[in-house]
Design a binder for this molecule. Structure first.
Ligand SMILES: [Zn+2]
Length: 398
């Protein structure tokens, strides 16, 4: 209890008003909902006790770029256009990567309106640290402060970047500060989702968060500050034995292209879709859907320019491939499996004057983070969004 008091002492003492709105969101890549209970995470534990906690679930597909950009825009990937980490632009006949500088600067690459633009358009100030989409102007706008991509910053450096902003070292204190912490995902891919190395990485992040909270509570902005710690997806372990290669099973003369990944997709001749889908589903350990027959819960398939005509979701822990030479998934941990599988679910902590304390919020899908941030900042959401206020409103104080 002492830790809780130290962590958020002051929160709620001074009610925030419409001119006094500040929010920080920290995304820890691949922080599956149960990982904090597997190791020592005193900061996250305190945060959970001091505010609102939720086991959230990701949009489809449960991958880094689609999911982060859904949190930023309030849109499903089908609608914001980042339909996977890797996908094909039919109109340009070009396969693109969501982190490749040559691709992400293509006109219209990022659809929708990210929260930093929604905020700045309404007179608020936003600072973004490596959030997907933040490094390119979108509709001619960008956050006031942002940085080019780098992967080598320590957890502490990332926290210091936020603290500098909140101390006003880079102009006016931003109303919205967004920061991305990627190392847990890299470690998880390399060692596995519950590996000692992965848990040690999470403990190291938790220490950096502890440092952040110790410092931020010294700042004048703290009493008005709402803080979210969340993630983009969970994780599951793969294995070389859990591998399906359907190369020899399809008529290769009717296959136009394969886009690898989890989930993967394949473009075939239009008159081969039904037959190919049937063949793929007969192989087991994966579910293939014709693009226009995806179950509604995935909210996926209307973006015909960017989604192949067959979408393949492997069974959790499996890898589906279309390759002349067997090439099992190279990593031990992965994500991108069915977003309704609990292994893909992640954490959401919210603390500060707007959030209820010691409250467990029913699960919500993470594109709703957009409307949560709009509420915290006192701004109007963009007209086009896939958010549900009903799904999140209970977590706020009346
Ligand atoms: Zn990720």
């Amino acid at each position: 209890m002492l830790a809780v008091c130290l962590l958020l002492a002051g929160c709620g003492v001074k009610p925030y008003d419409n001119d006094n709105r500040y929010a920080v969101i920290i995304s820890i890549d691949a922080l599956r909902w149960d990982l904090p209970s597997e190791c020592h995470t005193s900061t996250l534990d305190s945060l959970r006790a001091a505010g609102t906690y939720c086991e959230t679930f990701p949009v489809f597909p449960a991958n880094t770029f689609p999911s982060h950009y859904s949190m930023a825009t309030g849109l499903h990937p089908d609608h914001h256009g980042i339909v996977n980490n890797r996908f094909h632009l039919r109109d340009m006949d070009r396969t693109v990567l969501s982190w490749n500088p040559d691709d992400i600067t293509l006109p219209g690459f990022w659809g929708g309106e990210p929260i930093w633009n929604t905020a700045e358009r309404q007179g608020r100030i936003a600072h973004t640290y490596l959030w997907a989409g933040s490094q390119t102007p979108i509709n001619g706008r960008q956050a006031t402060r942002w940085i080019p991509y780098r992967f080598d910053a320590s957890h502490r450096e990332r926290m210091d970047w936020v603290l500098e902003s909140l101390r006003g070292e880079h102009g006016e204190v931003p109303n919205l500060t967004m920061v991305y912490v990627e190392q847990l995902d890299a470690t998880m891919h390399r060692y596995g989702s519950n590996a000692p190395e992965t848990l040690a990485e999470l403990e190291s992040i938790d220490e950096a968060l502890g440092y952040f909270f110790r410092e931020v509570r010294k700042l004048p902005v703290f009493d008005s500050l709402n803080i979210i710690v969340t993630s983009d997806h969970g994780t599951a372990d793969t294995s070389p034995e859990r591998y399906v290669n359907f190369y020899g099973k399809l008529d290769s003369t009717r296959v136009v292209r394969f886009i690898r990944g989890i989930p993967c997709s394949i473009e075939v001749d239009d008159d081969y879709v039904a037959e190919a889908t049937g063949i793929l589903n007969s192989l087991g350990h994966m579910t293939a859907y014709a693009r226009d027959e995806m179950p509604a819960r995935y909210n996926y398939g209307s973006n015909t320019n960017r989604i192949s005509n067959i979408v393949i979701i492997p069974e959790t822990g499996w890898y589906a491939d279309y390759s002349p030479v067997d090439s099992p998934y190279p990593d031990i941990g992965a994500h991108g499996f069915d977003n309704f599988d609990r292994n893909m679910h992640m954490v959401f902590y919210g603390a500060g004057p707007a959030f209820r304390r010691g409250y467990i919020q029913p699960s919500f899908q993470n594109q709703n983070v957009y409307i949560v941030l709009c509420h915290l900042l006192g701004i109007e959401p963009a007209d086009a969004n896939d958010c549900s206020w009903e799904d999140v409103r209970q977590m706020f104080r009346k």
